[in-house]
Design a protein around this ligand. Structure first.
Ligand SMILES: [Zn+2]
Length: 267
């Protein structure tokens, strides 16, 4: 039997240790220790501009020197933007691209990302940083070893069919722990615990494509894993149709942890 929403909500806040504060300050108290009148609860007063921090040097006019690039005209142009962003990143010349107040307002009502990135969850490979892009630019999906399940495929199909995104980059990376573990477990014919084994099974085709390759050959398996993902995604009807119409390009990529370079593996 389901319980009233208010009860489950109270229990949730009790779990967070917030009951006392909530009770003391009344029904309109701000959670998480934030001052009242700062926009909480949702629907309350909007915080003043700049709250709780004073406006930065670029506050109103956006970031000088970075022109609005507008929408991309082709998959190739989308790819060029990513490559240019990565070149800035690896040279430690990242810019606040599309992070301005103007940009945040511009994309608040709708989105038109120009690329999808399907990559690993590894904390050292965050796509927005690696490609030096900002708000509304990238649709990012990440799973360990960029293993695709049905929800991932549905999300990617959404990006193509609904948002009309012209570029999908599948990105593996150097020293991928997911791939290295899969090589190890498959060699010993062992299972990983719980759902972690789903990740191993997702990487298995790449491991089996290169029989006998040990951990020292992990880089080859990592790239094979990316190649296989690209091949599989290209066969999905929604993707195949968009590719046939020149509306979508799918490319593999490999991120070098040491240098920050993204190498495109065009197929
Ligand atoms: Zn990884």
């Amino acid at each position: 039997m389901s319980e009233p929403v208010s009860d489950s909500r109270r229990r949730f806040f009790r779990l967070l240790g917030l009951t006392a504060a909530g009770t003391a300050a009344g029904a309109h108290a701000a959670p998480y220790g934030l001052p009242t009148g700062a926009g909480f609860p949702p629907g309350g007063p909007v915080p003043p501009r700049g709250w709780p921090y004073p406006p930065g040097p670029f506050a109103e006019s956006g970031y000088a020197g970075i022109p609005d690039e507008g929408p991309v005209g082709s998959p190739e142009e989308a790819l060029r933007r990513l490559i240019e962003g990565n070149r800035r990143f690896l040279a430690f010349r990242s810019m606040p691209v599309n992070e301005s107040p103007t940009r945040r307002a511009a994309v608040s009502q709708n989105q038109k990302p120009f690329a999808m990135i399907f990559s690993c969850v590894d904390s050292r490979v965050p796509p927005e940083l690696v490609f030096d892009r900002g708000l509304g630019d990238l649709l990012v999906i990440r799973t360990a070893g960029h293993v695709a399940d049905r929800a991932v495929l549905g999300s990617l199909e959404f990006g193509v069919a609904v948002l009309g995104i012209p570029l999908l980059v599948v990105m593996g990376h150097e020293r991928c722990g997911a791939v290295e573990s899969a090589i190890d477990l498959i060699a010993r014919d062992e299972r990983a615990p719980a759902e972690i084994n789903d990740v191993v099974e997702g990487i298995r085709p790449a491991v089996e494509r290169l029989p006998g390759v040990g951990k020292e050959g992990a880089d080859r398996v990592i790239k094979a894993n990316t190649d296989l993902s690209v091949e599989r995604l290209k066969e999905i009807p929604i993707m195949a149709e968009a590719i046939g119409q020149g509306k979508l390009m799918i490319v593999g990529a490999y991120y070098d942890l040491d240098t920050g370079l993204v190498q495109m593996l065009r197929s």
